[in-house]
Design a protein around this ligand. Structure first.
Ligand SMILES: [Zn+2]
Length: 211
């Protein structure tokens, strides 16, 4: 029986690497399928921090993923799998379309994504995946906060300061002003908005108080 599987993790937990690996393994076994992504920095490619990349279909907000899967199936004479990277950015209705790909086309769907956004709230696509997936897995490659604790939250830094409000989708881009970056933090430091520099300052203040 085909299944909708959702693997989630923080940034840097190897989601794209695993998406690339599964896609490569399935294709090299002669199975028919496609690699999908959205909003990757390199257009229509899935790339991992390890420097591997592969061509992928770029999912637009208006893309009907069931119709896309059916078109691939017609062209290839069948469809065995879809590998979906950056699935947190898919719209909830697109996650429902993926479930139909599993149920009506009997294709395996492997989705990969982040759990929560910079506000600490489930991405809408992620919430729908958790609701609909046959299985959900937390990726076991654990990223660390600067303090050494397990990093569970994605902090958005605008010009170096953590923010909790703003547009949901802002991709970090070195050419863009203001400077938007993302950093992994433990819950406590995500809540405090504390980066390593601020913490050093706090330690210093504490030391002064003690004296
Ligand atoms: Zn921390």
């Amino acid at each position: 029986m085909a299944e909708l599987q959702f693997s989630f993790g923080t940034m840097g937990s190897g989601k794209s690497t695993m998406a690339l690996q599964i896609s490569h393994n399935l294709a090299s076994r002669g199975l028919r399928g496609a690699l999908l992504t959205q909003l990757d920095r390199h257009d229509a490619k899935v790339s991992s921090r390890l420097g591997v990349s592969a061509d992928a279909i770029d999912v637009k907000p208006e893309t009907d993923l069931f119709e896309l899967a059916r078109a691939i199936s017609v062209r290839a004479g069948g469809l065995d799998y879809l590998v979906c990277d950056e699935a947190q950015f898919y719209r909830p209705v697109q996650i429902e379309q993926l479930a139909r790909v599993v149920d009506n086309l009997q294709a395996e769907v492997y989705a990969f994504g982040l759990l929560t956004d910079f506000r600490g709230i489930l991405f809408p696509g992620t919430a729908r995946l958790l609701e609909l997936a046959d299985r959900s897995y937390e990726l076991q490659v654990e990223a660390r906060c600067w303090c050494g604790r397990r990093a569970t939250h994605n902090a958005r830094l605008v010009d170096g300061v953590q923010v909790y409000e703003g547009e949901l989708m802002v991709v970090d881009d070195p050419d863009r002003a203001p400077d938007v970056r993302y950093e992994l933090r433990c819950r406590a430091h995500w809540t405090e908005g504390a980066g390593p520099q601020l913490a050093l300052d706090l330690d210093h203040d504490t030391a002064v108080d003690v004296r």
